[in-house]
Design a protein around this ligand. Structure first.
Ligand code: NDP
Length: 462
């Protein structure tokens, strides 16, 4: 008998929490995991997975158009939103079941309830009021969309959670934000035939990405018919007499839409979690502050995933969880490695990226070689679609290490995953050059750009 009810109590059944609980229980630890909603968290229930299914659904409109150039006549096509929602819900339920079974098979106790901290080693299970104790507590409650409460009429807007469950596909939607979620949903809704407007406060969407990718994607989206209004924010949302929404902007525009979606970032979901009772320190956005081993300022309490606001990505949460299990239960202190994380924006075309943007690399290194290719993908020759692929390799001129690769085009996310291995392994441009091309592919361009397109010296293009 230990002095605690559990070796580990996990609050939050998302990617980070479930992975930690499953691995720790598999190692014979006494583990409980509490989840107030559905197992799977943001990624499975209302994020990456349903989003990707929606992306697939939205791409068919272009596939049908492109088919003509290859001799196919697909006739009249129609889209049925309720069918997509029902099929998506069935798949999400299946995945949720897998998550639960994985926990059960490993021997973790599943608690379908909200849980809140009452002290450094104690938790209250809100459904029963019972208080339990644990040697270690992991907070993995993730984040939630910023509701933007200062905006008059914000309660009339939807966020990404609700976008997955709309009763009807809107005729017109206005989406605020220029990050991953706003951009991905703008492409999704447009592909489903919705009249789509994106409103962004900056000059160019996706502020943290390479400038070429941002410019290329924004132009491609506009060319498709997505309206993008930059240097604009909402000033007020109201419902008009006809029941439709009216989104007023700072620039004096009034946009009429059936749905207005806010995608203005996500906040750590720590409110009301009992952090004060346990003495856990948080940052300015409510994120749990942790050290390199994901430990909070309270020795017994750890946190992984979006709630720590380190890097808000599913694979990162899972990696942090696996490091934590090494640290706590395998006598192998491991700190998560947040360097060179490959990522994708599932826009249409996609962005796949790993490493530094040209702008960030120019600040870090004295001289860069930039290899850049822009071309029409082969499929577009017969489909007739006006589209471009952009590929860009950023090389530190001093040692010829590849410090960033950025792709805008079909399957860019898939390519980013493989490039992530190359860059993580520290490949140089010479390694890229002596790699044989796979022909005919788009990605062969990555190993056949032999001469720099331009150089950047002391931050200036030369
Ligand atoms: P992001 O942080 O990516 O983008 C937030 C956007 O909202 C930015 O364009 C930002 O502008 C803008 N914004 C923030 N505050 C305001 C404000 N007060 N007024 C006007 N605009 C504002 O957040 P998302 O919500 O899109 O996504 C959250 C996180 O989820 C991402 O950071 C990402 O890590 C993860 N995610 C990953 C995906 C993937 O891997 N494919 C998909 C979806 C989400 P500015 O740029 O000027 O700061």
């Amino acid at each position: 008998m230990t002095e605690f009810d559990y070796d580990l109590f996990v609050i939050g059944g998302g990617s980070g929490g479930v992975r930690t609980a499953r691995l720790a229980a598999g190692l014979g630890k006494k583990v409980a995991i509490a989840e107030e909603y559905r197992f799977g968290g943001t990624c499975v229930i209302r994020g990456c997975v349903p989003k990707k299914l929606f992306v697939y659904a939205s791409q068919f409109s272009e596939h049908f158009e492109d088919a003509r150039g290859f001799g196919w006549n697909v006739g009249q096509s129609t889209f049925d939103w309720p069918t997509l929602i029902a099929n998506k819900d069935r798949e999400i339920a299946r995945l949720e079941g897998l998550y639960q079974r994985g926990l059960e098979n490993a021997g973790a106790e599943i608690i379908a309830s909200r849980a809140e901290l009452t002290g450094p080693n104690s938790i209250r299970i809100m459904a029963t009021g019972q208080e339990v104790t644990a040697r270690h507590i992991l907070i993995a409650v993730g984040g939630r969309p910023n509701p933007h409460v200062a905006l008059p009429g914000h309660e009339l807007c939807i966020d990404s959670n609700q976008a997955f469950h709309l009763d009807d596909l809107p005729k017109a939607i206005v989406i605020a934000g220029g990050g991953y979620i706003a951009v991905e949903f703008a492409n999704i809704f447009h592909g489903m035939g919705v009249e789509t407007t994106l409103i962004y406060r900056g000059q160019l969407i996706l502020s943290r990405f390479d400038q070429d990718m941002r410019q290329g994607l924004q132009s491609a989206m506009e060319a498709k018919g997505i309206r993008i209004l930059c240097h604009e924010v909402f000033s007020k949302i109201e419902r008009g007499p006809d029941g439709r929404l009216l989104a007023h902007t700072s620039g004096g525009k009034a946009l009429v839409a059936d749905q207005v979606m806010l995608a203005l970032g996500r906040d750590p979901y720590t409110e009301g979690l009992g952090l004060e009772a346990a003495g856990v320190e948080t940052g300015s956005r409510g994120e749990i502050l942790v050290d390199e081993y994901s430990r909070s300022n309270v020795e017994s309490i750890y946190a992984v995933g979006d709630v720590t606001s380190r890097v808000e990505l599913t694979p990162v949460a899972i990696h942090e969880a696996m490091c934590l299990v090494e640290t706590l239960y395998r006598d192998n202190p491991s700190s998560p490695d947040h360097d060179m994380i490959a990522t994708a924006v599932f826009s249409q075309p996609e962005i796949g990226t790993v490493g530094l943007s040209e702008e960030a690399a120019a600040k870090k290194y004295d001289e860069l070689e930039i290899y850049r290719a822009e071309f029409r993908p082969m499929k577009a020759t017969l489909s007739g679609r006006a589209e471009k692929t952009i590929m860009k390799i950023i090389v530190n001129a001093e040692d010829r290490k590849v410090v960033g690769v950025h792709i805008l085009g079909h399957e860019a996310g898939e390519m980013a995953q493989l490039l992530g291995i190359a860059l993580k392994a520290g490949c140089s441009k010479d390694d890229f050059d002596r790699t044989m091309a796979v022909h005919p592919t788009a990605s062969e361009e990555l190993v056949t750009m032999y001469t720099p397109s331009y150089r950047v010296k002391a931050g200036e293009r030369v």
